[in-house]
Design a protein around this ligand. Structure first.
Ligand code: NAP
Length: 253
């Protein structure tokens, strides 16, 4: 990996949600342009090696800084070093962004209702999309569905409320639907594919997944992405290819 592909950026803040979940912000160079939903490649020097990982961008495309949401992978070469990150540390940022989990990919059906289904740190690209006014202008209904294991892992809940107030002012079609899978007392506590198959997700959302109108994005645990894709296909929804179809996905690791 050639170092010339990267710029060196400064860590501006670190926020720890739990022992294994944290967010950080860093400086954004003027050349780094991205579309909401894309990911960046971040590099960390481990000894003489540059270790690089993909991270979906949490920030708005209009922000002056870049924000990322990370899990500590046990014994992971990257995150076990990254978790000790401190303000003023430096990280490498690849100069170009990557990824196709963007709303611009949808041509048909026309934008009407948007379902953003994420697990864990797979929430990140959806936060970026919600900080883009165009998302709110395009869609009449937006459901942000966020599945975590415990309530403590429900990071960004307060930020989501702030984002909705700031970007979705006057929009009446937004719903935040948390799923807490290891809390039997939570309103929704089963896994996404089950909640789609048994109709409970739609019951809580108050409307149905519809092949004629729904755009559905999945991001997070690769097994969740696969299983949820199957559950959606069983309901008649199709993968989005060359602009047409309902489902777009990104595996988070
Ligand atoms: P997770 O195990 O992905 O769980 C997050 C949510 O996804 C939970 O609600 C979980 O439900 C649900 N889920 C898991 N499998 C599912 C499936 N097949 N269908 C539907 N829902 C599913 O937890 P996490 O904390 O985000 O990540 C856990 C592990 O993933 C980490 O320890 C790490 O090793 C790895 N990871 C790696 C990277 C990386 O960059 N390498 C990034 C993120 C995560 P349940 O409670 O029912 O399991």
């Amino acid at each position: 990996m050639s170092i010339e592909k990267f710029s060196l950026e400064k860590v501006l803040s670190v926020h720890r949600w739990t022992n294994t979940l944290f967010s950080f912000t860093m400086t954004r160079p003027a050349h780094f342009k991205f579309t909401a939903g894309q990911f960046a490649r971040i590099g960390l020097k481990v000894g003489d090696d540059l270790v690089v990982r993909a991270y979906s961008i949490v920030s708005s495309p209009f922000d002056e800084t870049l924000e990322f949401f990370s899990i500590v992978v046990p014994d992971g070469a990257f995150t076990s070093n990254l978790q000790h990150l401190e303000v003023t540390d430096e990280l490498y940022l690849e100069k170009v962004p990557y990824g196709f989990l963007t709303l611009a990919r949808y041509q048909l059906p026309l934008p009407q209702d948007l379902w953003l289904l994420g697990t864990g740190t797979g929430l990140a690209p959806f936060l970026s999309m919600l900080q883009d006014f165009e998302t709110w202008q395009k869609y009449q209904k937006i459901n942000l569905v966020y599945s975590v294991r415990t309530e403590a892992e429900l990071a960004y809940a307060d930020r989501i409320a702030e984002i909705v107030e700031m970007f979705g002012e006057g929009h009446t079609g937004f719903q935040f639907i948390p799923i807490i899978t290891r809390d039997p007392h939570a309103q929704l506590h089963e896994r996404l594919p089950v909640l789609i198959a048994n109709g409970d997700l739609e019951k809580v959302a108050g409307f149905t997944l519809n092949p004629e109108t729904s755009h559905v994005m999945l991001c997070g645990n690769p097994q969740m992405v696969d299983d949820t894709k199957d559950a959606l296909k069983a309901r008649g929804l199709t993968m989005n290819r060359r602009g047409e179809g309902n489902i777009a996905v990104e595996n988070y690791w």
